[in-house]
Design a binder for this molecule. Sequence first.
Ligand code: GDP
Length: 462
Amino acid sequence: MKDIHCEDTITAIATPLGKGAIGIVKISGSKSLEILKKLFRTKSGKKKESFEDRRMTYGLIVDRNGNPIDEVLVVYMKKPKTFTGEDVVEIHSHGGIVVVKKILQEVMACGARLAEPGEFTMRAFLNGKIDLLQAEAINDIVNAVSESSLRVAFNQLEGGLSKKIKEIKDEIVELKALLETAVDFPEEDVEIMEEGEVKERLEKTIKKISQLLATFNTGKILKEGIKVVIAGRPNVGKSSLLNAMLQEDRAIVTEIPGTTRDVIEETAVISGVPIRLIDTAGLRKSKDKVEEIGIERTKKSIKEADVVLFVVDGHEGFTDEDERVLKLVEGKPVLLVINKKDKGLKFFCKDAKRFADCVEVSAKTGEGLEELAEKIAKIVMFKPIEEVSLEPVLTNERQKKLLEEAKESLENALASIESGFSSPEIVCLDVDKALESLGKMVGEVTTEDILGIIFSKFCIGK
Ligand code: GDP
């Protein structure tokens, strides 16, 4: 991450590179307007000296020699009320790869530098437009795979999580004031910082933090989906089940290339449960191919799974071969899926007491798929969030780690008080540490390295 001081003007293509109705080149920084004036002409070929703030203007973009490149709509947004807090210009051209690249080149030739990934958002953060949690939310919105993950991210962008952290911080600041009274007037008879009250407040805040920490599971699952692997001997209906699950999700089906070329991941949202189906080449091989080829890959996927769907053909019953496949999934949370219910079952859930959980389905008719999703959610203790419930949710490891640190510091403070030997100064140190961790969460305290890690995950132009 170069230029953390935001002195130069940056630019990037803000729309995906490809054919589309429009393509947008974004510019941010002190030279934005100057660059626009250099490259913009009215339809009759005249230069334009002033641009109204936040008003679209129709005209042409020309190259350095004055040759027109495309018809465009441009908008100039004067600082500080912009996304980055700097002067911003957007050039909306037709959405062809060559045209947007050419405009970008001309903008750069006029003195702007190509933005690094996430640099616009980083500037918004550095200029105090958003805090770090809101910056992270922007990336989560871009990467949202389901409506619920979008909702959580949007809530975070609107400040839901930031407000919660501020509330916790305020409580700790008040607590610190109590402790400081005891530090400042040790000889006066301020009971060792009103011990009872301090303890009570500490406990209350620790509880609040724990409740927030408990949302991490939901946040992570909403963001990443529950990793589900379908296992079973050939012909029990694994592929059919996979397809049925994907079809059930009428909203979004995305394909995420997995870690290896052979592994495809597809995300489906069934009854509000985001499920990441990890499909191995081995599992997907056609019936006549020897499944053993995929066995190693299957084993690896099984290792990474949150839940394994162990599929059996309920019409045929539980066979010795099923027993052998079952050995592969030992040690994992397994949900027994008895398939082909529509054909009539010989083997039922009630016959499968040794499995912690079981569901009878038909991949053919789709029967039982909602129950299947509910059971998957139950295994990983995921509660699909209600439309109305927009409680803040932790969504990444960074947030979780810092919040855990804050909690630990407060627990240390509490332990010091309970031990009875501690001075208010020592307790204060722990309380300060907790405040620092929370400060890091929202980005009040930060380093270039940390910003680099966070913003490098963004795409260029965001
Ligand atoms: P895989 O080898 O485990 O992936 O199994 P497939 O999905 O290829 O299914 C094997 C055969 O079982 C195919 O002919 C499917 O049409 C059939 N099949 C799969 N699921 C069902 C089901 O729920 N009901 C019925 N009647 N047939 C099914």
